[in-house]
Design a protein around this ligand. Structure first.
Ligand SMILES: [Zn+2]
Length: 404
């Protein structure tokens, strides 16, 4: 029993002594705290500037769920929004890698998108919002990825305002997909969204038929995406992984996540030497398959040189337009007969697979929790984003004040 449980029991006993009727529990969180009248949100109101604003918590409709936010990671997409607003969303409440606890539910809400029961006190994550198809659930959804739907944290501001996870509360509206993830701790729940990106990418890679148990796989880019890519590959039994990056610290972490060998591209002059280093790392072979996990056009151009004839490539680094990359179609693609797949975000089904991936990764001792290198309170969200832009850490998370 941890101190939270004890605190809860003490509060329950005190509440009973004061004659508080059990029915009031419906409007309280499971921690026994009443729901406040207002919620803070971090509103990006200008480039590189969030304002902390406070809004009334709106009515919870019959199909809605009010979630007390416990934490939310800062994504590369948030970093782009913070710097340049490429989606033209300002003013906007960002934060889509969030998780929290249900504190209030409409009377029509009974189950999550996987068919699990939902109740007050459950820990949840949201996935996509299918306003046009509200009955959708994960078993329908091999076909749709997030490109066809909305996501909390990337919605335009409206009169409810509680539209993103960088806030104290999120109002999950009918037609949203939501999952009960009581069996994962806070840090793991914050990592679900980025992990789903990699589960999806590996699923895309598998469609080539080239990725197998004993494949030689190169993962280029060891930010959170590349590191999680290595972990997903390890959990599916791929053991012969070479990580490529320009930072020794990240490469050391790549080894912890399951890479067998690493190559620091800064140690090699020219692409021939670099491709030679990758081949040496595989004992004199080029890779059967490559994952390109950076947003650098030059990195895209280079990666073909690491792949053997008849090999495959999954490009997943360009979540936004990073510019054009130059390749030589004859040498890089045709004569090598490369099979290329692109990957972008995930489907709802990948989300559910991700919960299993996280448990499996922990089961084989991969230190996923070390991906979260910095934690900030909501009030310091500007500092958190600036730290993120400095690229000093890996995953930076905003954590609720009472959980920091
Ligand atoms: Zn994201």
């Amino acid at each position: 029993m941890n101190s939270n449980d004890i605190e809860q029991i003490v509060k329950q006993v005190l509440a009973n002594m004061q004659g508080v009727a059990p029915s009031t529990a419906a409007s309280s969180s499971s921690a026994g705290k009443p729901i406040p009248k207002t919620s803070r949100v971090a509103m990006l109101t200008a480039l590189e500037h969030y304002d902390i604003k406070e809004y009334p918590i709106p009515e919870v409709g019959d199909d809605d769920i009010l979630v007390k936010v416990e934490g939310c990671g800062i994504c590369g997409t948030d970093a782009h929004e913070f710097k340049k607003d490429p989606f033209g969303l300002i003013p906007v409440v960002l934060g889509h890698e969030g998780t929290g606890e249900i504190v209030k539910m409409g009377k029509n809400v009974k189950k999550d998108s996987a068919g699990k029961d939902l109740k007050i006190g459950d820990k949840v994550v949201t996935c996509m919002i299918f306003s046009d198809d509200p009955d959708i659930e994960m078993f329908d959804l091999n076909k749709k990825n997030v490109g066809a739907a909305d996501v909390y944290g990337l919605l335009p501001d409206d009169d409810k305002h509680l539209n993103g996870w960088f806030a104290d509360y999120l109002l999950v509206r009918g037609g949203s997909t939501i999952f009960n993830v009581n069996d994962l701790d806070l840090d793991m729940r914050i990592l679900i969204e980025p992990c789903a990106v990699l589960v999806h990418a590996v699923e895309r890679a598998k469609t080539t038929g080239i990725l197998r148990f004993n494949s030689r796989v190169v993962v280029q880019g060891c930010g959170p995406i590349g590191l999680i890519c290595i972990a997903v590959l390890r959990t599916m039994g791929v053991e012969n992984i070479v990580a490529v990056d320009g930072e020794d610290k990240r490469l050391a972490f790549a080894k912890e996540m399951g890479a067998g060998q690493t190559v620091n591209f800064k140690n090699y002059q020219g692409i021939e030497a670099l491709a030679g280093a990758v081949s040496d790392a595989f004992g004199g072979h080029l890779a059967d398959f490559a994952f390109q996990c950076t947003g650098s056009p030059a990195a895209h151009s280079n990666i073909y040189k690491f792949i053997r004839n008849g090999g495959g490539l999954c490009e997943l680094g360009f979540f936004i337009n990073g510019g054009d990359a130059t390749i030589n179609p004859h040498f890089d693609m045709c004569s090598k007969e490369i099979t290329l797949v692109g990957s972008w975000v995930y489907t709802l089904r990948d989300y559910a697979t991700t919960f299993d991936f996280i448990k499996r990764a922990k089961g084989i001792g991969l230190p996923l929790e070390k991906l979260i290198t910095h934690k900030f309170p909501l009030s310091q969200i500007n500092e958190a984003h600036k730290t993120n832009l400095k690229m000093e850490g890996l995953k930076i998370a905003i954590i609720a004040d009472d959980l920091l």
